[in-house]
Design a protein around this ligand. Sequence first.
Ligand SMILES: Cc1cc2nc3c(=O)[nH]c(=O)nc-3n(C[C@H](O)[C@H](O)[C@H](O)COP(=O)(O)OP(=O)(O)OC[C@H]3O[C@@H](n4cnc5c(N)ncnc54)[C@H](O)[C@@H]3O)c2cc1C
Length: 531
Amino acid sequence: MATLDAIIIGAGFSGLYQLYTLRDQLNLNCHLFEAADEVGGTWHWNQYPGARCDTESQAYCYYFNKKIYNEWNWTERYPSQQEVKDYLKFVAKKLNLFRSISFSSNVKEMKYFDKTNKWKIQLDGGNTFDARFVIMATGCLSSENLPIIANQEKFKGKILHTGRWPKENIKFNDLDVGVVGTGSTGIQVIPEIAKTVKSLTVFQRTPNYSIPARNQKLNSKKLNLHKNNFEYLKNVSINNRHGHPWKHSNTPIHQVGSVKDSMVLNKAWEHGGLSFRDSFSNINYDECANSVVSNFIINKIQETVNDPVTANDLSDFDYPFGAKRPALDTHYFETFNQENVKLISIKKTPIDSFNHNGVLVNSIHYPLDIVVFATGFDAITGSLLKINIIGKKGKNLKSEWKKEPINLLGLQIPNFPNLFTITGPGSPSVLTNMPRAIEQHVDWVTMCISKLINMKKNKIEASHSAALAWLDEVKLESERTMFLKTSNSWYLGTNVKGKPKGFIPYSGGLDKYTNICNAIAQNGYKGFIIS
Ligand SMILES: Cc1cc2nc3c(=O)[nH]c(=O)nc-3n(C[C@H](O)[C@H](O)[C@H](O)COP(=O)(O)OP(=O)(O)OC[C@H]3O[C@@H](n4cnc5c(N)ncnc54)[C@H](O)[C@@H]3O)c2cc1C
């Protein structure tokens, strides 16, 4: 392969769209490297039972091409993992992207050479490729987080992680299964596994607020409605905080216990889905308003779960609703009414160790055939830091980000010229419906590269002072929200041992962030150094 103009890493939503814009809109010589053996990104790896999107299907897709939007027919309100993967395969085929992708190609190392203004990319196995631009489309939630528990190697059963689910069909029938973790993934996988196991033991460190998804099949009337309203859905999504296709309420919750407020909440609960958190304007900002909603959910859990001890453990929150990623579920709380399912709180007494046929908690032995870790990801920075990335003057990304992931707009890092991070730290990313955040980033990067080429400039990089100022902005925004009302969340990085603690994404909203990015570009890329 000759020297390339651009290399893209990752074949999920971000990488596929970035390949298309650079190759087919800017006519650059591009190639994409992907560690997996097919397209799909995180939807390739997360094929655990019950894996499903929490964004509704009419919005969990690309909006950049209306024809493609109209040609694809979603079958359910929330697409399953398999359907998202099929959709991405369909798009890649439509846009003829496969010829520019190498699969089973894990990027191990990347080094920038000042003299030639080129990046050298090295794959596992040693092959190297040079390019002027590199776009990291490596994903916010693609680096799985495996807890370290003593004596794991002694366990004779199977250990699985939801984020690296094997392709083989895992049978749970008549087995004793343990699930560790009750975040969004645990909440999806637990009701599915509970259907066939002999026994299911759920180990819960932190309870999670969850809203009913109320998934359903989409009929042709609904599908056509989405297609006919494409422009409207697009317009609403890109002009709000979360990138979802509904307008947020402008009405605040006023009074604790108000009959009118609880009617609105009940209606949103019955409708299901993430729009529940937007049913009032102040849920995410005002502690008193938030407590109304948090208590509303606690009451729902207590009403649903029969055993009072289990109900209390499932609703024993030490943080408000929305401080962590809100989950959607299908009969999650109801699952704990099954006789074969039990909840073990490991809040005060974590899992001590494995032994050959189970785990020990507080000296009690739980016999298990399979342990499923639903323990999430080393989010946002994890997959970037897995690669040995060396920038200008031998600067190593791992050292540069030792204290915090210094960046400008979540798009570029000082001393790493012509390197772009799609939905990088410091951008709205995981706080949004991600295809909207991804399209916004890819379009910005494409425009930036196009301008650089037209101006006959060699490179662009974030200035150190602008990056520091941006980090201050990210911190300031987070202080206005509920996100800091917990000391533990993957948004803060505390789920990964040794990771610096700090709120990573930009929480000012996708609409506000897009305006900032556009203003900077129109202002000659203020804060970036172009040479
Ligand atoms: C279970 C689950 C549910 C989710 N639900 C939602 C939802 O409801 N709504 C929403 O908006 N988002 C959701 N997300 C977030 C999801 O990550 C994004 O929506 C979106 O898929 C991100 O796309 P991406 O292309 O940026 O990254 P990814 O899909 O993560 O793709 C990154 C790709 O890069 C590859 N890669 C990484 N490192 C390397 C390397 N060194 N060399 C080569 N290849 C590499 C990976 O193999 C992967 O294929 C969910 C994520 C998960 C895991």
